[in-house]
Design a binder for this molecule. Structure first.
Ligand code: DHB
Ligand code: MG
Length: 231
């Protein structure tokens, strides 16, 4: 089902939008090599998706960004290089992945800008929420949810309480090669169910001003992201 044209277009665009020697080319390249060497699952954002996230940050002049699911820190580096004033907090459950991400982030020169917090999303997010509520931490401009899919809606419900007015929440992997539209799979596949729950939850949430689902193709096959703007 994967179409060679999708990969060809990714490669063509990257050649011009992310050429060798460009801003964070070396940093991203190092992070990709390191993730491969440490045998992390190769489920990271594609180069164009990383650039898309970076561009979203630039659109809303994001200063405070939260990521759930660090893996090897590749998306963290894209987010952390959206501007010189951005600060990224990223949550990773696995200590060995946190170590890999921190090595890549340090190599990118972003250790002051990107903080990796160790723990399960549902342990760390309530702590961050309390810090925000007490005024000890700024609200977030943008949240990227890209962790265990069954918890998508739980992460969304935590995140929405810490996003500034007109800030946004982006959820990765909500299309899953079209499986999200399959009513039968939704009953048996916890990943599909997790994608559906956050789409349906966001759709019914009165705290959300605007939302859409962006279907994507590319070298990562067919997937999509949910994007919500918060009232
Ligand atoms: C897959 C891709 C992702 O981006 C992710 O966060 C989890 C899983 C996948 O392709 O299976
Ligand atoms: Mg993902």
């Amino acid at each position: 089902e994967k179409d060679d044209r999708w990969t060809a277009v990714d490669q063509y665009a990257i050649k011009h939008l992310h050429p060798p020697g460009s801003a964070n080319y070396a940093a991203i390249n190092y992070a990709i090599q390191l993730a491969e060497e440490k045998q992390l699952p190769s489920i990271e954002v594609s180069l164009l998706q990383g650039k898309w996230l970076q561009t979203q940050c630039q659109l809303i002049d994001a200063r405070h960004v939260l990521e759930v699911g660090t893996l090897g820190g590749i998306s963290s580096i894209w987010l952390g290089t959206s501007s010189s004033r951005v600060r990224v907090t990223t949550i990773e459950i696995a200590p060995e992945r946190k170590a890999v991400a921190e090595q890549a982030i340090a190599h990118a020169g972003l250790s002051e800008r990107v903080e990796v917090m160790l723990g399960a999303g549902m342990d760390v997010l309530p702590k961050l929420r309390q810090e925000v509520a007490r005024g000890e931490r700024s609200k977030f401009d943008l949240v990227f949810i890209d962790a265990d899919k069954p918890n998508n809606l739980n992460y969304f419900n935590e995140a929405i309480q810490m996003v500034r007015s007109r800030g946004c929440i982006i959820v990765d992997n909500v299309v899953r090669r079209g499986r999200v539209a399959d009513d039968e799979l939704a009953k048996t596949d916890s990943q599909v169910e997790g994608a559906r729950r956050v789409i349906e939850g966001a759709g019914a949430d009165e705290r959300v001003l605007g939302h859409t689902l962006l279907q994507t193709v590319g070298e990562k096959n067919y997937d999509g992201m949910l994007i919500c703007v918060i009232k």
